[in-house]
Design a protein around this ligand. Structure first.
Ligand code: PGA
Length: 252
């Protein structure tokens, strides 16, 4: 179902006690204040997931993992499976983040396996994709984005798309302080909805939440979120301070 979503990707920040403190602050700030169609999701590191998921129980804050392995289990030193996430009460996982693609060699082929395993284990996916600066400059960014989506997600059935949240994150805007303009975000989000509609029909395309990510801050969130095809944001740096994250939630 299309909802408005503000998700905080904490990346490799905050140890356990810091994660607990930040979670508590966020819970306090949003308690009783979210509209029915707004979801708030936080994604701490694996080390903090279990504790944080217990703390958010019975609140209006949800927790996601930042990654998982595609195998159900086995000899994959250092990795975490979908079942392990499920077992500690996690129902959402971020996949395909540009940092995973750039620093850990995640390809479309690998992401297909992760997507399939996540859905098989009833995990909802926040699927990240977006073009790099060179693509934006060479003006083939629509093709890049279209291929990322088609390669990783267009084998899914209509029903499986119930478990997909899209997060368009132009790589040149992540952690750089440079945000896509609201018009650039809207242009791409409308394009994404169009290619999903071409494959799956208008109903499905209109029911998908498409988040924007890349240097969203309290000062620019409202303008970006006001665009008709922008259903919220995936927030990195500004998700690490309860005050900023809460201000971004207010903007939606
Ligand atoms: P940023 O990160 O908000 O720090 O740019 C966004 C993201 O990587 O999801």
């Amino acid at each position: 179902m299309r909802s408005k979503i503000v998700a905080g990707n904490w990346k490799m920040n905050k140890n356990l006690s810091e994660s607990i403190a930040l979670t508590r602050e966020i819970i306090t700030n949003v308690a009783g204040k979210l509209a029915a169609d707004v979801r708030v999701i936080i994604a701490p590191t694996f080390v903090s997931l279990s504790d944080v998921s217990k703390i958010v129980k019975d609140t209006n804050v949800e927790v996601a993992a930042q990654n998982m392995h595609f195998a159900e289990n086995g000899a994959f030193t250092g990795e975490i499976s979908a079942n392990m996430l499920q077992d500690i009460g996690i129902s959402t996982v971020i996949l395909g983040h540009s940092e995973r693609r750039a620093y850990f060699g995640e390809t479309d082929e690998l992401l297909v396996k992760k997507v399939n395993t996540a859905l098989k284990n009833q995990l909802e996916i926040i699927f990240c994709f977006g073009e790099e600066l060179a693509d934006r400059k060479s003006e083939n960014y629509f093709t890049i984005v279209e291929n990322q989506l088609k390669n990783a997600l267009f084998h899914l059935s209509e029903k499986e798309w119930n478990g997909i949240i899209l997060a368009y994150e132009p790589v040149w805007a992540i952690g750089t302080g440079e945000t896509a303009s609201p018009e650039q975000a809207q242009e791409m989000h409308a394009f994404i909805r169009k290619i999903v509609a071409e494959k799956y029909g208008d109903n499905l395309a209109n029911s998908i939440s498409i988040l924007y990510g890349g240097s969203v801050k309290p000062t620019n969130a409202q303008e970006i979120f006001s665009k008709p095809d922008v259903d919220g944001g995936l927030i990195g740096g500004a998700a690490l301070k309860a005050e900023d994250f809460t201000a971004i939630i207010k903007a939606i």
